[in-house]
Design a protein around this ligand. Structure first.
Ligand code: DC
Length: 213
């Protein structure tokens, strides 16, 4: 499932629960690389250091009662990867070919032998171009900023609406203009605009699409 921003995590989790699919959040893998870079003070320009880092880090996605737990070298970083330093840097990190190549392998491996619902910006176009069902989930930047702010509040992360909107817009620009595997709708993806829909309505629509398939 490709989607433009906040809300997709909640929706894929609920659809996954309803349909018995393993939910995989691919953004978390790019976020882990970014967190590891921040911890080692590695900049986006330092390709050799990033190469070395990618050879040594271990990223895992575990599932506990349909909740995803993201492990970086065995440490639970599920919360840290959602914080501002990672938010501000992750889009730039995910433009790098060396990072994308590695994450592509990892994402395909995580899904191996499972029935999955996978979300991320290049899943239908690049990671699983032959997926059974592809959904391109959209919403206005303003609505996504509002959702992200509420989500942050629930997690105890403080951010203003202006900050969230700026971050959403900047990331959209980087994600859709990058050279490798940019964010775009796969030709055969079904488009859903969730701006004026409730989470439940989106979940129902997606379940209906999958069950009809
Ligand atoms: O979905 P998210 O906000 O957690 O994604 C974080 C960043 O990771 C996003 O700005 C772009 C990148 N990303 C990507 O390039 N390809 C994916 N499949 C998923 C995320």
């Amino acid at each position: 499932m490709d989607q433009l921003g906040s809300g997709k995590g909640t929706i894929t989790k609920l659809v996954g629960e309803k349909l018995g699919l393993v939910n995989i959040d691919t953004g978390a893998t790019f976020r882990c690389v970014t967190l590891a870079m921040l911890r080692q003070n590695i900049k986006v320009e330092e390709i050799d250091k990033i190469k070395e880092l990618l050879e040594t880090i271990k990223i895992e996605i575990l599932h506990k009662n349909s909740q995803q737990i993201i492990l970086l070298n065995g440490e639970d970083v599920s919360l840290q990867i959602r914080e501002k330093p990672v938010n501000d840097m992750v889009s730039s990190v995910s433009t790098l070919k060396i990072v994308r190549d590695k994450m592509l392998q990892l994402q395909r491996k995580i899904a191996e032998g499972k029935n999955v619902i996978m979300e991320g910006r290049d899943i239908g176009t690049n990671v699983f171009p032959n997926a059974n069902v592809k959904i391109y989930l959209d919403a206005t930047a303003e609505e996504r900023a509002k959702r992200r702010m509420l989500q942050n509040q629930e997690k105890g992360i403080s951010s203003t609406y202006e900050e969230a909107l700026k971050n959403v817009k900047t990331r959209d620009k980087i994600d859709s203009e990058r050279e490798i595997a940019p964010l775009k709708k796969a030709e055969d993806a079904i488009y859903i605009d969730s701006t004026n829909m409730t989470i439940q309505e989106v979940v129902e629509e997606i379940c209906n699409i999958v069950q009809k398939d």
